[in-house]
Design a protein around this ligand. Structure first.
Ligand code: NAP
Length: 303
């Protein structure tokens, strides 16, 4: 039995279009309605046959949906929720895929009184954007974290979990604030560091910009991939997970200063001890199947 027969997805970017592809592949009989504000995107969605119906208005997409998933930047969740509020079918579940959860939960509950809101976050993505960047297997063997409010109906949480499991994801449930602290460590701070380091390198005067690009070895090149992520999405992540990111950034800055001191005073054992500890973390990530053990993440070495 399918968890839902009629699903609506609002926003057909990387995540929304991957979700549409995954639903088409795993649950071909689901009636899928999607909406996007951009006419060119709607044209691509039709050409790629990603949905049964494509509309320009979010309200029109949700009228008879049993599950509505908002796949827009975190800062756009509240206005989009307000746009669909009057059109939601009785009993519909509203969820999302946003990378921040406490603010999104609060925004959705405020905009949709009396509606079953169960936020979610598939911890899967790439640095690309738009409907052509999506692919059906994006969520396979990746975590999807659901952050239901305390008063959520457990049967509806199970139903949403079954939906994500059918797409190949591994589902975990946690409190929204806890999610935001965990993701601040595993995703948000690393992105901030990447944005910062790539910005610094491009500002250097002693090393030309063309040298930075020409001699970019593994380390810097990996940062540039992360720093190529969508500017709007990441602007919203930092503005909406402010407290957790700032707290962690304070801690990180202290640790960085400690490393600076170890380098200055030639404390090799301090550096070696840290680098040994971090290597073990990398090994555990590979053992858990969350990355590839091949050198350079399996990418071919060009030059
Ligand atoms: P994306 O490819 O840039 O797509 C963004 C989508 O949101 C587009 O459909 C866009 O519509 C729509 N949108 C943008 N601003 C809007 C607004 N003000 N009102 C209504 N719709 C708006 O981004 P994405 O990577 O799919 O990200 C979507 C969500 O997934 C975000 O909340 C993000 O935090 C979350 N997420 C992303 C990743 C990742 O790695 N990328 C991973 C997990 C979760 P137009 O076509 O009209 O521009």
């Amino acid at each position: 039995m399918l968890p839902f027969g009629r699903v609506a997805i609002i926003g057909m970017g990387l995540i929304g279009s991957s979700l549409a592809r995954a639903v088409r592949a795993a649950m071909p009989t689901v009636r899928l309605t999607v909406s996007d504000g951009d006419a060119l995107v709607r044209e691509r969605v039709r050409a790629l046959d990603l949905a049964d119906d494509v509309t320009d208005h979010a309200g029109a997409a949700v009228v008879d949906a049993e599950l509505v998933i908002l796949a827009v930047p975190v800062g756009a969740m509240a206005p989009v929720a307000a746009e669909i509020a009057a059109d939601l079918a009785p009993g519909a579940i509203v969820s999302d895929v946003g990378s921040v959860k406490a603010r999104v939960l609060a925004d959705l509950v405020a905009a949709l009184p009396g509606v079953a809101v169960i936020p979610g976050h598939p911890v899967a993505g790439t640095e690309k954007s738009g409907p052509d960047a999506g692919f059906a297997s994006l969520f396979a063997d990746r975590w999807c974290i659901l952050t239901p409010p305390a008063d959520a109906d457990p049967a509806q949480v199970t139903q949403l979990a079954a939906f994500w499991s059918a797409l190949g994801a591994r589902v975990e449930t946690m409190d929204a604030a806890h999610h935001d602290r965990v993701l601040a460590v595993t995703s948000h701070l690393p992105h901030l560091i990447a944005y910062s380091i790539v910005g610094t390198a491009s500002d250097l005067e002693a090393v030309t910009r063309s040298e930075v690009i020409k001699y970019s070895a593994g380390g810097f090149r990996d940062f540039t991939r992360i720093a190529a992520s969508d500017p709007i999405m990441w602007r919203d992540v930092f503005l909406h997970n402010r407290e957790a990111v700032l707290e962690l950034l304070g801690r990180f800055t202290e640790d960085l200063v400690a490393l600076q001191r170890a380098i200055r005073w030639g404390e090799g054992e301090t550096l070696e001890a840290l680098f040994t500890r971090t290597r073990a973390i990398r090994r555990s990530i590979i053992e858990m199947g969350q990355d590839d053990a091949r050198p350079d993440f399996g990418r071919s070495h060009e030059g």
